[in-house]
Write a protein that binds this ligand. Structure first.
Ligand SMILES: C[S@@+](CC[C@H](N)C(=O)[O-])C[C@H]1O[C@@H](n2cnc3c(N)ncnc32)[C@H](O)[C@@H]1O
Length: 212
């Protein structure tokens, strides 16, 4: 059995993120999370948004950890009383492959992702937007949380240091330029509604699919 994964960053950012997405996804029915990671966000958000089916997904190597997180949550006495029947077991979803959405196809009216676009190589970021363009319903919401650069500049010294660290882990990873993200989004019929400033020099980008 896998250990329950834990990220301190998720614990720190889950409440500020929820403050924004609880409004954005207030009338959504089915949200697909890309790069679920530890599953901490999914558990926190699905409990606060009981009207939504929260579909977790990630690359194959993360699936056992996410399942362990969900099992842990279901078996926890504190949470047993709370309905979390709205979290779906993780799909193996690599954005560069066919998105295996099965019966969910046509139902996705929200997409959420946190801290993924700076980890993904450029071609993966491109594939992410093509996938969102293909699968998000017209009128649906896309929320992207993470650090971004503006006019080619870091927004803080800590983000600059983080980018250096990212490059040491994988030279294909990097903090992305907001202008490039906006361009990819526009090409998929996504309009930027609001760029929310978030703690620790992060942003939450809210797009709506207006066409396509
Ligand atoms: C830094 S972790 C973030 C995890 C979690 N969302 C969080 O905020 O803690 C980066 C995530 O991006 C995912 N990721 C990277 N490349 C991906 C790809 N090609 N397709 C889908 N997910 C990918 C990783 O599997 C991982 O879950």
């Amino acid at each position: 059995m896998s250990l329950v994964p834990f990220s301190q960053a998720c614990e720190n950012n889950k409440s500020p993120i929820l403050e924004v997405i609880i409004k954005v996804f207030s009338t959504s029915k089915c949200v697909l999370e890309i790069g679920t990671g530890t599953g901490q966000h999914a558990v926190h958000f699905a409990q606060a948004l009981p009207h939504i089916i929260w579909q977790t997904s990630d690359q194959a190597c993360y699936i056992d950890g996410i399942k362990a997180q969900l099992d842990h949550t279901y078996s926890s006495r504190t949470l047993a009383a709370t309905s979390i029947s709205n979290i779906e077991n993780p799909l193996i979803l690599d954005v560069t492959q066919t998105w295996p959405l099965g019966g969910m196809q046509e139902k996705i009216d929200g997409v959420f992702t946190a801290n993924t676009l700076h980890i993904m190589a450029k071609e993966m970021v491109n594939a992410f937007f093509i996938g969102v363009g293909e699968h998000l319903q017209s009128g649906g919401n896309l929320c992207i949380y993470g650090p971004f650069n503006y006019d080619g500049n870091y927004t803080s010294d800590s983000n600059a240091r983080f980018d250096t660290w990212l490059a040491q882990q994988d030279p294909r990873s990097a903090i992305r330029d907001i202008e490039w993200i906006n361009k990819l989004a526009k090409e998929q019929g996504l309009k930027l509604i609001k760029d929310h400033p978030m703690p620790a020099n992060n942003r939450l980008l809210h797009f709506i699919k207006v066409s396509g």
